[in-house]
Structure formats: structure tokens, C-alpha cells
Ligand binder design. Structure first.
Ligand code: B12
Length: 192
């Protein structure tokens, strides 16, 4: 990690290409029965350390004026947060103000935070087939509380897709953290 930085490789590139790429290999090995849950946990821990090294390089790059307030959460019953955290660091680096609600966050807590923070964007993450439906539940909760038109909703995570985003009424699906920053920038330009 430090060696790559010293070679002048951009921190964002290391984050998305090396870390995401590495975790994909971990996922494949888990599927093939070569890795078990403790291996996934150890990999997640290693990613945490790597992110601590990379984060200052990303946030330091951004002496930009704030582009809007972004709430991030992994939806209910889902504990996966590596992808969400990468997206968070990249958004912060791009000049968005970040409020990270963590993992396993029910729809009502996300809606509460939008109200409390006066957020402009909400980003939802899900890594399980069984939890992606809570993204839809969250959007329904926002509609119920008349908050939906106040925020742009971005979704991401391996089981999600542009079709799914359309189906649940999200504004955008992002396949990785680069796409998240690009989409948020585009939406912010229209707003501020
Ligand atoms: C690490 C890991 C774990 C760790 C999580 C640690 C942590 N702190 O996150 C632990 C061990 C806890 C875990 C547990 C489980 N896991 Co798991 N896990 C993984 C693994 C190997 C990697 C996920 C990851 O971090 N990827 C790397 C990141 C960088 O990629 P990403 O999340 O996709 O994020 C990028 C994009 O998707 C996007 N993005 C993501 N979120 C967002 C949000 C927004 C707003 C935007 C814009 C973009 C965006 O940008 C990110 C960065 O570029 C995957 C395998 C895989 N290939 O995904 C399995 C995987 C997701 N897990 C799986 C399973 C089954 C489980 C368990 C049910 C296992 C069990 N029997 O207990 C539990 C569930 C726990 C729970 N309730 O959540 C399955 C899911 C199958 C499915 N389709 O439903 C997978 C696919 C493994 C497999 N092949 O079977 N897991």
C-alpha cells in the first residue's frame, strides 16, 4: 500500500482497483470452499488497516467547497460495510459532507437522519440477495414521510443493478466508488 503510494499511484485507484479486486478474489475463494468466514473477516480487517493509510491521501486532495450532505448506510440485516466505507472516503475526498450511519440500519433511522441532517443525498448499500429489498422499503418510507423529493437516492452493492434501481425508484445505481463520485458530482451540479 505504502509502496504503491510512493510510486505515485493515486490513492483512489488503489482503493477501488486493488482493494475491491482483492475482495473479489476472497469472495471467489469463499464460493469455491477454499476460504471460510474467518478468512473473510481477516480480509475485512486488512482492508480496514489499508483504508486508514489511504484516507488522508484522499481527504487531503479535497480543498473544495462542500457539494452537499451525503448520508450513507448499509441497509437492515446487512453487516457488509467495506464497499460503503470506500464510497464514503471517496465522496469525502470529492468534497461531500458525509454522515455514515453504519450497518444494519432500518429504513426509519435513515429517514430520521435525512430529516435531522437536512441531507441532499442518501446512499444505500446491500451485499445480500436477502437484504436488497430493504432499499425499496427505505424509499417507501421516504415517500411516506414526504422526504423522497428532497434527496437523491444512490444505491450500490454486488446484487444490485440499474434495473433494480429503476424498479425501486432510486435515482441511480453505481457499480463502484468511481461511479458513485461521478454520479454524485453530476447530480450536485444540477442542484447547487
Ligand atoms: C467480506 C465479506 C463478508 C464479511 C463482511 C465484513 C465487512 N465488514 O464488510 C463477513 C465475514 C462479516 C461476511 C458475512 C456474511 N456474508 Co459476506 N462477503 C464478503 C465478501 C467476501 C466481500 C464483500 C466486499 O467487501 N467486497 C469488496 C467491496 C469493495 O465491494 P462492494 O461491497 O461490492 O462495493 C463496491 C460497489 O458494490 C459499490 N458500492 C457498494 N455499496 C455502495 C453504496 C452506494 C451508495 C454506492 C453508490 C456504491 C456502492 O462501490 C463499492 C466500492 O467500489 C463477499 C464476496 C463478494 N465477491 O462480494 C461476500 C458475500 C457478499 N457474503 C455472502 C454471504 C452469504 C454472507 C453471510 C450470509 C455468510 C454467513 N453464512 O454467515 C454473512 C452475512 C452477514 C450479514 N448479515 O450481513 C455472499 C452473499 C450471497 C448473496 N448473493 O446474497 C457473498 C457474495 C459471498 C458468496 N459468494 O457467497 N461477509
Amino acid at each position: 500500500m505504502r509502496k504503491s503510494l510512493a510510486q505515485g499511484i493515486a490513492a483512489g485507484r488503489i482503493l477501488v482497483e486493488a482493494i475491491s479486486g482483492g475482495m473479489e478474489i476472497v469472495g471467489r475463494k469463499f464460493e469455491q470452499g477454499e476460504y471460510y468466514i474467518p478468512d473473510m473477516l481477516a480480509s475485512a480487517e486488512a482492508v480496514g488497516v489499508a483504508m486508514e493509510i489511504l484516507a488522508p491521501h484522499l481527504t487531503a486532495a479535497a480543498n473544495l467547497k462542500p457539494k452537499g450532505k451525503f448520508i450513507l448506510a448499509t441497509v437492515e440485516k446487512d453487516q457488509h460495510d467495506i464497499g460503503k466505507n470506500i464510497v464514503g472516503i471517496m465522496l469525502k475526498g470529492a468534497g461531500f459532507q458525509l454522515v455514515d450511519l453504519g450497518v444494519n440500519v432500518p429504513a426509519c433511522r435513515i429517514a430520521d437522519a435525512i430529516e435531522r441532517e437536512g441531507a441532499d443525498f442518501v446512499g444505500l448499500s446491500a451485499l445480500l440477495d436477502t437484504t436488497m429489498r430493504y432499499m425499496g422499503h427505505t424509499i417507501e418510507e421516504l415517500k411516506r414521510r414526504q422526504l423522497r423529493s428532497r434527496v437523491k437516492v444512490l444505491i450500490g452493492g454486488a446484487p444490485t443493478s440499474p434495473e433494480f434501481a429503476r424498479e425501486i425508484g432510486a435515482d441511480a445505481h453505481c457499480k463502484d466508488a468511481f461511479a458513485a463520485v461521478e454520479t454524485a458530482n453530476r447530480l450536485a451540479e444540477g442542484r447547487f
